[in-house]
Design a binder for this molecule. Structure first.
Ligand code: HAS
Ligand code: CU
Length: 544
């Protein structure tokens, strides 16, 4: 499967380079926060963050790292890989249009944030109001990603017509799932922006806080699987490839992806378990569905571990020594494996969050911050970066300049995230609030001593994570300048030995998308019916 992918590769080089720049910017904000949040840490005045800048930084941190990077990186990665797997080009016109829209949107949103007039955090809860450019930029960024998705879907449909009876290769199977979930996620976002957020920001229209928040989480939960799914794809695609074995169960991998499609979206209420005004019945229903959507991650844990075991044994490992026989010295493998291990812990804390009663203990505490740095932050700073190391050779034609530093980067992150997240978990269980700067208060009541050492320890973890992030940025740009060696190969082997298995039921995308829509309607029609039939209580927006 050879071909010329000049347009796709240019797209990928631009979006992936931009992602690494965003990692630098967002990472600096993160470092400033974690240090300033630690009680009684004396900082030189130029490092001190005021309450106002704290929220601007926190908004930039969340939006750049968790919203913008995934959109740019995932579209770029797909533009690189899908054409090579399917042997077909993406439509150049759509790629160019998408790039233009995404950049225009990102620059508008970034300007709105950096101007200090959009400190609404990445959850932009109404009636907190940002500058209109923030919402317009976000909308343009998302619409640009839809144009990319259209190019990808068209490419796939063409391939499908020409390859009847063939199984979709697993890499494309996972990426398709990623973009289907992305469309599920962003439809409610667009509704929220058009119906509530833009009128509020442009004309000062009143909004109902609970209604806007419900639309937000209708988007916000499937969003987390959009972040995750390219990494799940890479686990299934790269780990067996690097170990020289097949996936333990190819069929189960596909079942897991289908489960993500059907159950990613109807679960947003698990972010609103303590919100008054939504019936407990609907919350319980969505908690149940949350446990359904946690299952494909557990299937993946089993399938990937079994694959690792097969690979380790094929390399001469025994009953337990297969663990030592993994290619731990390869930066790409190490990055994917670290993401897998850390996600294991982060995912388990997610199940705790989803418990109706346990959620009361952890909601709005630093526990949640621990959870999402073990999931999304690790995915971005270690998972996407691991793949990027490989792309330095095959996409950028450069290779990795300092392979040892590239190898140290995921392990350094592992140390940092364990210190950071466990400190924040403990602080959270002791009730330390998230999203607050000066919890020691200015002359206020004394705070529990458990908050002090845990948040200070958290800052230590955050500093180690920042060092790892800085290393990733340094290795990337220095490699671009100086070139180095290839550390792995993501592009498919030119002559795959075996075809992909074909299971008609698992290739029936229409059916599974229909099931997803039905579940979404079952989960959300009663919820919105309750909100609207009771009557809304719109209030005037606040914010600069
Ligand atoms: Fe979550 C809040 C529940 C997955 C991200 N989540 C958040 C927020 C973010 C986020 C950003 O139910 C904060 C939002 C905000 O700002 O308010 N989450 C879950 C559940 C899962 C889950 C049940 N979350 C994710 C993923 C994310 C992410 C994935 C990003 C990529 N989350 C919640 C809930 C809240 C929440 C509530 C709201 C809390 C509140 O009150 O505000 C599940 O999908 C997780 C399933 C995963 C597993 C793990 C499987 C294990 C694997 C590897 C095993 C490795 C092994 C190796 C065995 C069940 C795949 C051995 C090594 C070891 C040491 C383990
Ligand atoms: Cu969620």
């Amino acid at each position: 499967m050879t071909g010329s992918y000049g347009v796709e590769d240019r797209f990928a080089r631009i979006t992936i380079t931009f992602s690494v720049l965003l990692l630098l910017l967002g990472g600096i904000f993160g470092l400033a926060q974690v240090i300033n949040r630690a009680p009684y840490f004396e900082l030189p005045s130029f490092l001190e963050v005021s309450p106002k800048t704290y929220y601007t930084f926190l908004t930039g941190h969340g939006v750049f790292l968790a919203v913008a990077i995934p959109i740019f990186w995932i579209t770029g990665f797909t533009a690189y890989l899908a054409p090579r797997v399917l042997g077909k080009n993406l439509r150049g016109g759509l790629l160019r249009l998408s790039l233009l829209m995404m950049f225009a949107g990102a620059i508008m949103a970034a300007a709105a944030i950096l101007s200090g007039r959009s400190a609404v955090l990445y959850t932009f809860y109404a009636p907190l109001k940002a500058h209109p450019l923030f919402y317009l930029g976000a909308a343009l960024l998302v619409l640009g990603s839809w144009v990319f998705a259209a190019a990808f879907f068209l490419q796939y449909l063409e391939w499908r017509r020409e390859n009847r009876g063939r199984g979709t290769p697993i890499a494309v199977y996972g990426l398709l799932t990623t973009f289907i979930v992305w469309i599920e996620a962003t439809v409610p976002l667009v509704i929220d922006v058009l119906k509530n957020l833009l009128p509020m920001s442009l004309f000062g229209a009143k909004v109902d806080a609970l209604e806007a928040r419900t639309w937000f989480w209708f988007f916000g939960h499937p969003l987390v699987y959009f972040w995750l799914l390219p990494i799940v794809t890479l686990w299934y695609y790269m780990i067996p490839k690097m170990l020289g074995v097949r996936i333990f169960s190819e069929k189960m991998a596909r079942v897991a992806f289908i489960m993500f499609i059907i159950a990613s979206t109807p679960v947003g209420l698990h972010h609103q378990l303590v919100d008054p005004g939504v019936s407990a019945v609907y919350k319980y229903l969505q908690v149940l569905l949350t446990l359904v959507v946690a299952s494909p991650s557990l299937l993946t844990a089993f399938n990937i571990l079994a694959t690792m075991e097969m690979g380790g044994k094929a390399r001469g490992g025994g009953a337990l020594s297969w663990i030592l026989k993994q290619p731990w010295g390869n930066p790409v493998y190490a990055g994917l494996a670290v993401t897998f291990i850390v996600f294991g812990i982060g995912g388990l804390t997610g199940i705790i969050n989803a418990g109706y009663q346990l959620n009361l203990l952890v909601h709005n505490t630093t526990w949640i911050v621990g959870h999402f740095h073990m999931t999304v932050a690790t995915i971005v700073a270690v998972g996407y970066i691991a793949a990027t190391y490989s792309l330095l050779a095959e996409l950028f034609g450069k290779g990795v300049k300092w392979p040892r530093l590239a190898l140290a980067q995921p392990y350094l992150w592992l140390v940092g995230i364990l210190i950071f997240s466990f400190s924040y978990y403990i602080a959270g269980m002791e009730g330390a609030p998230r999203r607050m700067l000066n919890i020691e208060g200015a002359g206020g009541p004394p705070i529990p001593s458990e908050w002090i050492y845990t948040l200070q320890l958290g800052a230590v973890g955050g500093i180690v994570m920042s060092a790892s992030g800085a290393l990733a940025v340094l290795v990337f740009f220095y490699s671009l300048l100086r070139g180095g060696i290839a550390v792995a190969r993501i592009a498919p082997n030119p002559h795959p030995e075996e075809g992909d298995p074909y299971h008609p039921l698992l290739e029936n995308w229409r059916l599974w998308i229909a099931v997803a829509i039905v579940l979404i309607l079952v989960a959300y029609i009663p919820t919105f019916y309750e909100l609207y039939s009771r009557g809304l209580a719109p209030v005037s927006p606040v914010g600069v």
